[in-house]
Write a protein that binds this ligand. Sequence first.
Ligand code: 15L
Length: 271
Amino acid sequence: MADQRVLITGAAGVVGTLMRPRLRRDGRVLRLLDVTAQPPAAGDEAVELVTASVTDGDAMAKACEGVDALIHLGGHSRENTWGATLDVNINGTQIVLDAARSAGIKRVILASSNHSAGFRTVDEAGEHGLPADSTPRPDTYYGVSKAAIEALGSLYHSRFGMDVIVIRIGSCFETPHKLGVRGLTTWLSPDDGARLFEACLSHPSPGYRLIWGVSDNTRRIYSLAEAEALGYRSLDNAEKYAEELTAPASPAPDAKYVGGPFCSAPLGSPN
Ligand code: 15L
């Protein structure tokens, strides 16, 4: 069988680094793109390393050659200045999508974030969780950029028929510890993250989808139904860390919001 080539942007970031070993498959080549240098191939690891920015149209056009599917994780992953957010996250995503379209890539998976809906409240979640297509309520410039890429993905699907799946990722880290008690709600385990990306890569005909990226946490407030409709099954639950993560005596006022501390962080300040 011919190799499947999957291009991952932002491959040296937090999520990219966690996914690199987990998305390894026989018959698959991972083309890993980042602005920073990346560790070389380990043993017989089938990777191609590209050092480039998602804002560089020529480099993106080259990186998209011969690619079957694209996972776009690149961009600032937290709050930054408006200029940097506009340039790298919004403009960069348009450049990535356009390069994918020109190269004939049929399947694109975009990393959005819970922060596109950060000012939605925990009370809105209801019995099955907040629907994945809840209209944006961004909590930061970063959240605005994620809402914009959700719209860009929809545009490229509607105009060009590309399959575009946008994932509103909760918090994807090895464990939820650094997130405090909020992580018991928002955690996407790395193994579940890989299961989710595999579902996104293998669904026969997804069209445009907006889904949450979260583990089946006991305290989950995001709906899993939309991701499960693509074939995702979570096998992890942050609750196993509950005893190690204690709630503060008086919860912060922003704890009622999906975006938690992002909702009160200074706008436009890199952190
Ligand atoms: C995100 O979108 C960030 O990229 C990540 O660093 C976490 O802060 C996460 O959201 C979160 O909400 O915990």
